[in-house]
Design a protein around this ligand. Structure first.
Ligand code: CA
Length: 237
C-alpha cells in the first residue's frame, strides 16, 4: 500500500469516471474528478493532485494537449505523474502519450483493478527508494534520486518520472546489459508488456542527454541483447 494520495480523474464518460472514482476511493485515495480539459487545468491549479488519471478523448482540449499543459505546470512545482486512459490501442497514440510526458498508459476497456494497481505502482515509483545511495553521478551527469532530479553540466534535465527511473537504473548498473524485458520488469514493474515502451524511453533519454543515437556515448545498444550504460567518466567515451 502506498498510503493515501490525491488523485485527479479527467474523464467525460460518466460511467467510467464513476467506476474509477469508486475504486480509487476504496483504495483509500482522495479523489477529485472532472469532465474536460479546461476544468482539469483549473482544478490542478486550485487543489494540486499527487497523480492525474487522464482520458485521451475529451471534449474541447484533447488529452494529449492537457497532458502537455499539465506537464509544463507540474515540472515547475513538483513532479506529478500522469496515467493516460485511451480507447485507442494504436502504437502511435501510446507513443505520443508517453513522449508528451505520460508515465503510464492504460487501454480501454480496462479492469478497475488493473488501473488501481497501476496507480499504486506509479505512486510508489514517484517516491525515492529508502536506504539506497541517493546520488549517483557519471562525469557531468548527476542523478539525485531523493530529489528526483538529474543534471547534466549543472543544467537540470526535464525528464518524465519513467525517464528518470530508467536513467537512474542504468547509471546505477553501469556496464551491465539489460534486455528490454529486463528493463520493463526492473523499471516499470511489469512482468509483461510492450517492449517498444522501453525503446521510446531510451530514444527520449538519449535525445535529452545529447547522446547521438548512431554512436551513443552513454546508452549503448547491444545488438540482439538490449542496452548498456557506459560510463563516460570511466574513459569509455
Ligand atoms: Ca472520453
Amino acid at each position: 500500500m502506498t498510503g493515501q494520495a490525491h488523485v485527479l480523474i479527467v474523464e467525460d464518460e460518466t460511467f467510467v469516471r464513476d467506476v474509477v472514482e469508486r475504486y480509487l476511493s476504496r483504495d483509500g485515495h482522495r479523489v477529485t474528478a472532472c469532465r474536460d480539459g479546461e476544468e482539469a487545468l483549473a482544478m490542478f491549479d486550485a487543489d494540486p493532485p499527487d497523480i492525474v488519471v487522464l482520458d485521451l478523448m475529451l471534449p474541447r482540449i484533447d488529452g494529449f494537449e492537457v497532458c502537455r499543459r499539465l506537464r509544463a505546470r507540474s515540472d515547475a512545482l513538483r513532479y506529478v505523474p500522469i496515467i493516460m486512459l485511451s480507447a485507442l490501442a494504436g502504437e502511435d497514440d501510446r507513443i505520443t502519450g508517453l513522449s508528451l510526458g505520460a508515465d503510464d498508459y492504460v487501454t480501454k476497456p480496462f479492469s478497475p483493478r488493473e488501473l488501481s494497481l497501476r496507480v499504486g505502482s506509479v505512486l510508489r515509483r514517484s517516491q525515492p527508494a529508502p536506504g539506497a545511495e541517493p546520488v549517483v553521478s557519471d562525469g557531468a551527469l548527476v542523478v539525485d534520486r531523493s530529489a528526483h532530479r538529474a543534471t547534466l553540466d549543472g543544467v537540470e534535465l526535464s525528464l518524465t518520472m519513467r525517464e528518470f527511473d530508467l536513467l537512474a537504473f542504468l547509471v546505477m548498473h553501469r556496464g551491465q546489459v539489460y534486455s528490454r524485458a529486463d528493463l520493463l520488469r526492473e523499471v516499470w514493474g511489469w512482468e509483461f508488456g510492450d517492449s517498444s515502451t522501453v525503446t521510446v524511453h531510451i530514444k527520449r533519454l538519449r535525445a535529452k542527454l545529447g547522446d547521438d543515437p548512431s554512436t551513443p556515448a552513454r546508452i549503448a545498444t547491444v545488438y540482439g541483447l538490449g542496452y548498456r550504460y557506459d560510463g563516460v567518466a570511466d574513459g569509455a567515451a
